[in-house]
Write a protein that binds this ligand. Structure first.
Ligand SMILES: Nc1ncnc2c1ncn2[C@@H]1O[C@H](COP(=O)(O)OP(=O)(O)OP(=O)(O)O)[C@@H](O)[C@H]1O
Length: 362
């Protein structure tokens, strides 16, 4: 695909990929502290995904960055310039940011082209037209200029929203659950296109999502929010491999959990021992087994005896439930399809320590 000429950055007031800093931001709503000394710094061009339970403060963080929600403590800076502080909030249109928010939906009464032109009012007519058309071409909507948003599919509407928000070349783009309204198949393609456009435009991006897989796929870093603070932040590989606690681990993938104790630097489970470096004998631990890779099953060979009690096939992947003597709940297991495996079969189960996590319990 030919590179799109996105035009000069700065139509919205910022002349290069921006930094975005939250510095000990506190927001109280009603009598709740919704953001509690929240700190986060994004490097120019970086994509950070915010994940967290419902009510953890993700949308509030985004609204603060957008200038829609004032702060009660701390500061927000874009390129080092303070845009939010208690009693001083630079309005959204003077921050050099782009928004892909549900509340900033497409204008239904404007054509596709006019929706994009709306953000380009700072340019002369010819310049704005050229930039809007380049953006529409990039997202595959060049031939829909005169249509209205309701004439587009959900995926096309999302592409239009993307074109509209990046055409003015903002330094920072804020995205709130941008793919949540799309069905699974559409979501995948729109997500990939969005990622490509974010990379091409090198826009610093902060995205809220409910979907851990989406955060892992899109984020250079993933931040897990808990009660208005960042509980953990790191690259997708870091947060997946070394979640800070059991709750964080549960957030990133479903788990089979076994409660046991440490003995001789090992946690004994019905599936065999798991190394527990650094934990004293007698410590109560939860051994958390990931469904993808945590256990293997085989019809022959060695391992702990178990039985397949459930099996579903999902496009080349078997999702199995395996009961094992000594385990309260069946193990969840995902692996490449194997026609030899069926419900009721006896199998041998082995652990792969690479995909098993151990957490001390209080
Ligand atoms: N105007 C308000 N007045 C009082 N409380 C509010 C207000 N707006 C939000 N809250 C509370 O602030 C907390 C954080 O809300 P926020 O929308 O940031 O969470 P979230 O992590 O984005 O949640 P979700 O994933 O459900 O969208 C919630 O407990 C919410 O009830």
């Amino acid at each position: 695909m030919p590179m799109t000429d996105w035009g000069a950055r700065g139509t919205t007031g910022v002349s290069f990929a921006a930094t975005l800093d939250f510095d000990a931001v506190t927001v109280s709503l009603g009598n709740r502290v919704v953001l509690d000394q929240f700190s986060l710094s994004l490097r120019p061009g970086e994509i950070v995904c915010l994940l967290g339970e419902s009510g953890s403060g993700k949308s509030t963080a985004l609204r603060v960055a957008a200038g829609i929600q004032p702060v009660h403590g701390g500061a927000v800076r874009i390129n080092g310039e303070t845009v939010s502080a208690p009693g001083a909030t630079t309005p959204p249109d003077r921050r050099g940011i782009g928004l892909m928010f549900q509340d900033f939906a497409l204008f239904p009464h404007l054509t596709v082209l006019r929706n994009v032109l709306f953000g380009l009012r700072g340019l002369n007519r010819a310049g704005a037209l050229a930039q809007a058309r380049a953006a529409l071409k990039r997202v595959g909507l060049a031939d829909r200029e005169t249509d209205y948003p309701h004439m587009l599919s959900g995926g096309q509407q999302q592409r239009l929203a993307l074109a509209r928000s990046v055409a003015p070349r903002p330094g920072v783009l804020l995205l709130d659950e941008p793919f949540s309204s799309l069905d699974a198949r559409m979501r995948e393609s729109v997500r990939e296109e969005t990622l490509a456009v974010l990379r091409e435009t090198n826009v610093t991006s902060l995205m809220v999502t409910h979907d851990p897989e989406e955060a892992m796929l899109l984020g250079d870093r993933v931040a897990l929010l808990r009660q208005g603070r960042i509980a953990q932040i790191g690259t997708p590989a870091e947060v997946y491999r070394r979640p800070i606690d059991l709750n964080a681990a549960r957030f990133f993938s479903p788990l089979s959990e076994v409660e046991t104790r440490v003995s001789g630097a090992q946690a004994m489970t019905p599936l065999g021992p798991v190394a527990t470096p650094g934990l004293a004998d007698g410590t109560s631990v939860t051994v958390a087994i990931r469904p993808a890779g945590g256990v293997r099953i085989a019809l022959r060979g060695s391992g702990t005896p178990g039985r397949i009690i459930g099996k579903r096939n999902a496009i080349g992947i078997d999702i199995c439930e395996v009961s094992v003597d000594g385990l309260d709940a069946p193990l969840g297991l995902r692996q490449p399809s194997d026609a030899e495996l069926s419900v009721g079969q006896d199998v041998f189960v082995t652990l792969d320590p690479e995909h098993v996590l151990v957490f001390a319990r209080d």
